[in-house]
Design a binder for this molecule. Structure first.
Ligand SMILES: *Cc1c(COP(=O)(O)O)cnc(C)c1O
Length: 461
């Protein structure tokens, strides 16, 4: 052991070698030293256990290893991937890909100055929210609107503005947790409001709400159940009924809509997904939703409601800590404009286009890709009926009829196949079902199809 340890070179001397100078020039001397030190620590720890280092520090193999670790630490691993899962709004894959118009808007605003908070007529300071407020009120029927950086922030901010030091009443069937540790009871607690839960898991009645009202009550809160459904012997009051109860008692009805569809998705049989307009029309005083779910824009949190309420939100100092950045605002503005005539949002906004593409069209695209994929040595493929999902907490039980390409490789099993596809360039994210690796073209942008086929070929070489 001591023999092995004695042979370890001093880092300083090693860094001065010709061997190291190229690496130091490329990554910086400090970085190389940091990574080497971690390697030496590991070698020493292993030596104590009697394990010899796999390669000597003067070997070319070590040079390659060191280089690989330095590249990893460069943090340039945030990359474009191809989503072949068939889940359109996939949180781990960045949710909504933007429309071309939104990408151009980001480009325009990102590289120059803008009138973000300047009135060009008055020459005076103005509000960044003006760039989307009129669009949002027009598209939702709400009197006023404000946006923050995501829906979680929207909910927290609205609760803090209207319910801090008071009570907010919510049904036990809607105490949701969505991914990334958004848990309604925790959000309510952090807002400074006290949660009063009413009803049962499966059944809540309007009387449960009215019985729970006190002098401390500020609002009723209803939440879209997002990623789960309670079925069977169930009941819960609709928004309209809650809105009436709220009005009779001079309380607010707040609704966390989550997904935030601006158009009816009956084409894709997702018409059960309520639109923002429907929630406003049903009498919700404040509606909160995401910008990058069914709306198909950038990450953002929309708060829509009566003018007097939105004005109060704008006076909450927390708004400043959650404010939307100019790039997201540019993308949101451009995306919202695609909802106005003469545009057809279902054709122009990628997530809506993907959700609405019919099975026959996906089958045609898949068949064309299939012809090319089966030419790859060792790979067999066939088409299979399947279902896709909107994802992002929209209608988790409603699969969209679809077709997938099922892959079979002579040497690699499904997990190995998926791993190789994920490790390629660009990485392809497939879905494994019934021990088979599946590619769904529903979520593969038309312009990415060539890349997909090329990457599959390379990944299996
Ligand atoms: C997705 C969702 C949120 C959180 O939205 P983010 O934009 O991810 O912060 C909150 N509530 C509901 C009901 C949701 O579906």
């Amino acid at each position: 052991m001591s023999q092995a340890l004695r042979q370890l070179p001093a880092i300083d001397r090693w860094l001065r070698s010709d061997f190291a100078s190229d690496l130091c020039a490329e990554f910086g001397r400090n970085e190389v030293a940091v990574v080497m030190r971690s390697h030496l620590d590991r070698i020493r720890a292993n030596a104590v256990l009697g394990v010899d280092p796999p390669v000597g520090l003067e070997d070319a193999a070590y040079f390659a290893l060191l280089r690989a670790d330095l590249v990893k630490r460069r943090c340039d691993g945030f990359r474009r991937v191809i989503n072949a899962t068939g889940i359109v709004i996939h949180t781990n894959l960045g949710r909504a890909p933007l429309a071309d118009e939104a990408i151009e808007a980001v480009n325009r605003i990102a590289g120059s100055y803008s009138n973000l908070e300047l009135g060009l007529q008055t020459g005076k300071r103005s509000s960044r929210y003006q760039h989307v407020e009129a669009l949002l009120t027009r598209l939702s029927g709400a009197e006023a609107a404000v946006v923050v950086n995501n829906c979680a922030a929207a909910v927290l901010l609205a609760l803090n503005t209207f319910c801090r030091d008071g009570e907010v009443v919510i049904s036990r069937s809607e105490l949701i947790e969505i991914g990334g540790s958004f848990r309604m009871p925790d959000v309510i607690a952090r807002s400074g409001a006290r949660m009063v839960e009413v009803g049962t898991t499966n059944r809540t009645h309007v009387s449960d709400f009215s019985d729970a009202l006190s002098n401390e009550t500020r609002a009723l809160l209803s939440s879209h159940p997002s990623n789960y459904r309670i079925s069977g012997f169930t009941a819960k009051p609709g928004l309209k009924v809650l809105a009436e109860l709220a009005r009779e008692n001079q309380l607010l009805l707040m609704h966390d809509l989550g997904s935030g569809a601006l158009v009816d998705l009956e084409v894709a049989d997702l018409s059960a997904e309520p639109t923002v307009r429907a929630c406003v029309a049903a009498g919700a005083d404040v509606v909160m939703c995401s910008g990058d779910k069914l709306l198909g824009g950038p990450q953002a949190g929309l708060i829509l409601g009566r003018a007097e309420l939105i004005a109060r939100i704008k006076q909450n100092p927390m708004l400043r800590a959650m404010r939307i950045d100019k790039l997201s605002l540019a993308a949101l503005n451009a995306t919202l404009r695609l909802y106005l005539p003469p545009n057809d949002p279902l054709a122009r906004i990628p997530v809506l286009r993907m959700i609405c593409e019919d099975k026959a069209s996906i089958e045609r695209r898949s068949r064309r890709a299939l012809q090319r994929l089966i030419a790859i040595p060792g790979l067999e493929a066939c088409l299979q009926d399947d279902v896709s999902f909107a994802g992002g907490g929209s209608l988790p039980m409603s699969g969209i009829p679809s077709t997938v390409i099922q892959l079979h490789h002579e040497t690699f099993d499904a997990a190995e196949l998926a791993h190789r596809l994920r490790s390629g360039e660009p990485p392809i994210i497939s879905r494994i079902a019934n021990d088979r690796c599946h590619l769904s073209l529903r979520t593969v942008l038309e312009r990415d199809t060539e890349d997909l086929i090329g990457a599959v070929g390379r990944a299996l070489e």
